[in-house]
Every structure is written in C-alpha cells, then in structure tokens.
Write a protein that binds this ligand. Structure first.
Ligand code: E4P
Length: 217
C-alpha cells in the first residue's frame, strides 16, 4: 500500500520524503487555507519536492469551471493530479481529463455506488472518506471493502485511495481491506513506527552496550 501525506505543509512533506516514507501528497481547500499560503505556489513547491502524484483540488462546482481550473492546475507540473468532487459535474470533468490522459482523484466519496461511477468515468484515484463516515457512526472501512470487491469484480483500474484516515488503526485496516493507497496526516505516518516496547528494548540495549565499554567505529 502506498502512503500519501494528507497535508500542505512543506516541512512535513520534506521530513517524510527524507525518511523515504512518501509516495505522494494530497491537499484540499481546507488544508490550503490552514497553510495560509498561495495555492498554486504551494502545489508547485510540493510537486517539485515529491516524485509521486500531488492532488490539487478544483474550487469550481460546475463542469466548465472545473475543466478550466483543472487544465490550469495540470500545467503546474506533470505529477499534479486534478482532484474533483463526486458530483455529476465532477464525474463529467473526470471523463474529460481521463480522455486527455490527465490523472484525476475523485474526492468526497461516501458510497460504493459513487465509487462505481468514478471508476466508470475513468478516475485514476477514488477517495472514500473513512474518518468522516466513522464520525457519523458508520464503519468507514466497510466502504473500502465494498469498493475493493466491486473494482475486482469488474477489473477497474481506478486506485482506491483511503482518505480521511486519522489513526494507526485506520492505516492497518485500510491495508487489510486492500486499499491501493492511504492518504494520512504526517503525524500519523510517523507514529506508525512507534511502539513502547521498541523504546523500552532500545533503552535496555543502550545500557547493556555501555557496560561492554566497546565502540563499533
Ligand atoms: C483527502 O483527500 C482529504 O483531503 C482528507 O483525507 C480529509 O480528511 P478529514 O476528514 O480528516 O478532513
């Protein structure tokens, strides 16, 4: 399973990139607003830093607006993926970009039928929002499992990008459910490496090593 960082903060992206933990980045209008930075400038900076796909979301709600904005964003860098909302206009724009060979990420997916429509529209990625379904007392991971089954039934190549992933358990469950990618906040990705017994074991090893009086170099 690939890891995308769900952030528009350059320092976080650079750190994950340096650790070799990053396969791509997703942003959304809320993350851009939180960064306080110019949208196109920040996307250009991320796209130059990261080898993989970088999702940039259109703001328009209608088909002509999405096409105009998406075409503009696609010119920023070859690894920019156009993020489109799961609406009828968004699906139409998805089909438009797919025909032009431009990668798309269809976002705000909350049902398997929405994911089916996105695959039929030629989406590169579908983003089911796991955490936001959990927020309303549904099981977001059921949606990942359903989409996996439907896509496998018909051989759709659209990649399942588990989104609104907020915990280490979400990451594990998404991997078990067969998501192709999980987009995850930087702190959660780094947290995956942590375990109390790892820390405890290291502390003991360091103490015992000191007793030997040896040095490796
Ligand atoms: C993904 O593309 C979305 O930007 C993101 O995962 C939403 O996460 P949230 O529900 O925690 O805001």
């Amino acid at each position: 399973m690939k890891f995308f960082a769900d952030t528009a903060v350059i320092a976080e992206i650079r750190e994950l990139h340096d650790y070799g933990l990053l396969d791509g980045v997703t942003t959304n209008p809320s993350l851009i607003a939180k960064s306080g930075r110019d949208f196109k400038e920040v996307i250009a900076e991320i796209a130059a830093l990261v080898d993989g796909p970088v999702s940039a979301e259109v703001a328009a709600l209608d088909f002509p607006g999405m096409v105009a904005e998406g075409e503009h964003l696609a010119q920023i860098a070859p690894n920019v993926v156009i993020k489109l909302p799961l609406t009828l206009d968004g699906l139409r724009a998805c089909r438009h970009f797919a025909a032009k060979g431009i990668q798309t990420n269809v976002t705000l997916c909350f049902t398997a039928n929405q994911a089916l429509l996105a695959a039929k529209a030629g989406a590169t990625y579908i983003s089911p929002f796991v955490g936001r379904l959990d927020d309303i007392n549904l099981d977001g991971m059921d949606l990942i499992r359903d989409i996996r089954q439907i896509y496998d039934n018909y051989g759709f190549e659209t990649q399942i990008l588990a989104a609104s992933v907020r915990t280490a358990n979400h990451v594990k469950e998404a991997a078990l459910a067969g998501a192709d990618v999980a987009t995850v906040p930087a702190a959660v990705i780094k947290g995956l490496a942590a375990h109390v017994l790892t820390d405890k074991g290291l502390e003991q090893f360091a103490k015992d090593w000191a007793k030997t009086g040896q040095s490796i170099l």
